[in-house]
Design a protein around this ligand. Sequence first.
Ligand code: COA
Length: 177
Amino acid sequence: MSIRTYKGIKPTLAESCYIDESSVMVGDIECADHVSIWPLVAARGDVNYIKIGARSNVQDGSVLHVSRVSKENPKGHPLIIGEDVTVGHKCMLHGCELGNRILVGMGAIVMDGAIVEDDVFIGAGSLVPPNKRLESGYLYVGSPVKQARPLKDSERAFLKVSADNYVRLKNEYLEEV
Ligand SMILES: CC(C)(COP(=O)(O)OP(=O)(O)OC[C@H]1O[C@@H](n2cnc3c(N)ncnc32)[C@H](O)[C@@H]1OP(=O)(O)O)[C@@H](O)C(=O)NCCC(=O)NCCS
C-alpha cells in the first residue's frame, strides 16, 4: 500500500475504510467511515486538500487532484466529495465539489471549481467544465455536459443503493486482508 506523507501530512483514514493496496494516497486526504478506494486510484492531496465523505467509493483507475492557492484564487481548489457518492472507473476529479448521493459515470472528468449538487447522475464519459454548477435531481451527459432530464425515481433510489453495495463489497474485501 502506498499511503505517503507530504510536507508532514499523512492521509487520515477511518478504520472502516478499504484502501486497495495498489492505490496511491499522498498528503492531506481525509476519508470518513466506510469509504472505499479501489485498485490503481491515484489521489494527491499536496497543493490543497482532499476530503471524502462517509460511504463514498472511488473506483479503479480514477485520479483525484487539486489546485493550489494563488493571488487570484486565495483558497485554490480543494477536492470535496460528499457522502454516498459513487465515482465510477477511470474518472478524473480535479479541484471540484461534489455533494451527497451522486453517481459519476465511468470515465467522466470534473474540472476545477465545478459544483455538483446532491442527487445528480453524471453519464459515462461526460466532461463537466470549470466552475459549472450541476443542479440537484438531474441527469447530465455529454462533453461539455448538458442537463438531459430529471432523474427517474428508480435512478434517485439507485444513488444510495450503489453506495450501499460498495460498502458491502469493501467489507468482503476487508475480510480477505
Ligand atoms: C446516461 C445513462 C444513465 C443512460 O441514460 P438513459 O436516459 O437511460 O439513456 P438511453 O440509454 O435511453 O439513451 C438515450 C440517449 O443518450 C445516449 N447516451 C447514453 N449514455 C450516454 C452517455 N453516457 N453520454 C452521452 N450520451 C449517452 C444514447 O446513445 C441515446 O442517444 P440517442 O437518443 O441519440 O440514441 C447511462 O448510459 C450512463 O452513462 N450511465 C453511467 C453508468 C456508469 O458509468 N456507472 C458507474 C460505474 S459503476
